[in-house]
Design a protein around this ligand. Structure first.
Ligand code: GLU
Length: 344
C-alpha cells in the first residue's frame, strides 16, 4: 500500500467513536529522582560515539555533557546532570511541527500529504524520494519534515516561522529562541536539504517555495532547548496535548496519538525498529545529541549527550533511555501474567 492511501475501511470509523486509553502511572517522584541519578552514574563513563560535524557549529560541542530530565504528565519535573545546558533541537523539532500541521489540517490529511511509512534509509536520503515516486514518506526524515514545514499555516516565510516558533514554545511552556551561530552555520552548508526541497517541488509534493521552506526548516532545527524543555514538550504529547506545566492546550489528543505513532515508526533514523524492539516507546533523536521519548499518559523523558552512534543517535542517550524505560516501567509492549498467576 502506498503511504498516500488511507487505510482500508477508514471511512467506517467516525470521529466521535469512543476512544479508551491504555496507560498506567509513573513511580513516585522520589523514585524517579533516584533512577535518574543512577542512570547518570551508570552511563556517564561511556566513551563511544562521535560528535556530529557536518553542521560546522555542532562540532564544537563538549562530548562530556550529559543531562537527563523527566516531566510527568501529572506536572512533576525531575532533572539531573547538564539538564540546563542549551543545545539546538535539530530533528526533534520535526515531531512538533508535524503536530502543528496535524492540528491545522487533521491527522488523516497530514498523513496523506506527508506519509507515515518508514524509509529504511538515512534521514537525508534523496534515493528514498526517487524510490517512492516522490513521496516524502514520513515527517521524521528530512523530505517529510520539509513537506511538513511547507504546510505550516502562513502565506510568507516570516508568518510560517512565527507559527513554528510560537507553536514549539507553547509545547515547551516558555519562549524558545534561535541559536544564531547554529542557524548561520547550517544555513551556509544545507545544500542537500535545499536539493531535497527542490526534488519534492519537482514531484509537486512541496506546498511552499523550496528555498524559503528550507530556511524555515533550518530555523526550526536551530531553536535552543534544554532537556527540561524537551521533557515538558514530550509530556504535552503524553498528556493528550495539554502542557502539564502551563495547563494550556497546545494540540488535540487525536493529534498526539498520531504524532506518537509516527515517532514510533521512524523517530530513530535507521535504528527505529531496534529502538522500538528494545525500548518500546515513541522517540525522536537529533544530531546535536538530544533524544526525546514519550510514555503516553505518563510523561516525557529527555536525554542530552553529543557523541552519536553511526545512525546519528546519542550513545549515552540510547543507553540511559533503554535502562530507564525498564526501571521506570515505560515499555508499551511489556505485560505480566496477572490473570493466570499460581499464587492464590
Ligand atoms: N538540521 C539537521 C539536518 O537537516 C537535522 C538533522 C537531524 O537532527 O537528524 O540535517
Amino acid at each position: 500500500m502506498s503511504s498516500t492511501e488511507p487505510p482500508a475501511g477508514e471511512e467506517r470509523f467516525a470521529a466521535g467513536d469512543a476512544q479508551f486509553v491504555s496507560t498506567g502511572a509513573l513511580p513516585d517522584g522520589r523514585r524517579i529522582d533516584e533512577l535518574l541519578d543512577e542512570a547518570l552514574r551508570r552511563f556517564r563513563p561511556e566513551q563511544a560515539g562521535v560528535v556530529a560535524d557536518y553542521i560546522p557549529a555542532l562540532a564544537a560541542a563538549d562530548p562530556g555533557l550529559f543531562g537527563l530530565s523527566v516531566a510527568e504528565a501529572a506536572g512533576g519535573r525531575h532533572s539531573v546532570g547538564d539538564a540546563l545546558e542549551p543545545f539546538s533541537i535539530q530533528s526533534i523539532s520535526k515531531a512538533f511541527v508535524f503536530a502543528l500541521v496535524c492540528q491545522e489540517l487533521g491527522s488523516r490529511r497530514a498523513a496523506e500529504l506527508v506519509g507515515v511509512d518508514n524509509t529504511g534509509l538515512p534521514f537525508d536520503s534523496v534515493t528514498a524520494i526517487e524510490l517512492n515516486d516522490g513521496s516524502p514518506m514520513n515527517p521524521m526524515v528530512n523530505a517529510g519534515a520539509l513537506a511538513t514545514t511547507a504546510l505550516v499555516p502562513g502565506a510568507t516565510s516570516a508568518a510560517k516561522w512565527k507559527a513554528v516558533q510560537d507553536g514549539l514554545s507553547a509545547f515547551a511552556g516558555r519562549p524558545l529562541h534561535l541559536d544564531i551561530p547554529v542557524y548561520e552555520s547550517e544555513a551556509s552548508t544545507n545544500l542537500r536539504n535545499q536539493s531535497i526541497a527542490r526534488l519534492l517541488e519537482s514531484y509537486g509534493r512541496l506546498a511552499f517555495d523550496p528555498l524559503a521552506t528550507t530556511d524555515v526548516y533550518t530555523k526550526q532545527c536551530s531553536l535552543a532547548v534544554t532537556t527540561e524543555d524537551l521533557a515538558v514538550m514530550g509530556a504535552t504529547l503524553a498528556d493528550g496535548g495539554v502542557n502539564p506545566v502551563t495547563g494550556r492546550r497546545v494540540v488535540d489528543a487525536d493529534v498526539c496519538q498520531h504524532v506518537l505513532a509516527a515517532m514510533a515508526t521512524s523517530g530513530l533514523y535507521e535504528r527505529s525498529g531496534t529502538w522500538l524492539y528494545d525500548i518500546g516507546l515513541p522517540g525522536k533523536s537529533g544530531v546535536s545529541g538530544g533524544i526525546l521519548t514519550i510514555a503516553p499518559g505518563k510523561g516525557g523523558l529527555a536525554t542530552f549527550s553529543p557523541p552519536l552512534d553511526t545512525a546519528g543517535n546519542s550513545v549515552r542517550g540510547v543507553l540511559a533511555t533503554t535502562w530507564l524505560s525498564r526501571t521506570l516501567g515505560l515499555n508499551l509492549f511489556a505485560s505480566s501474567d496477572l490473570h493466570h498467576s499460581e499464587t492464590p
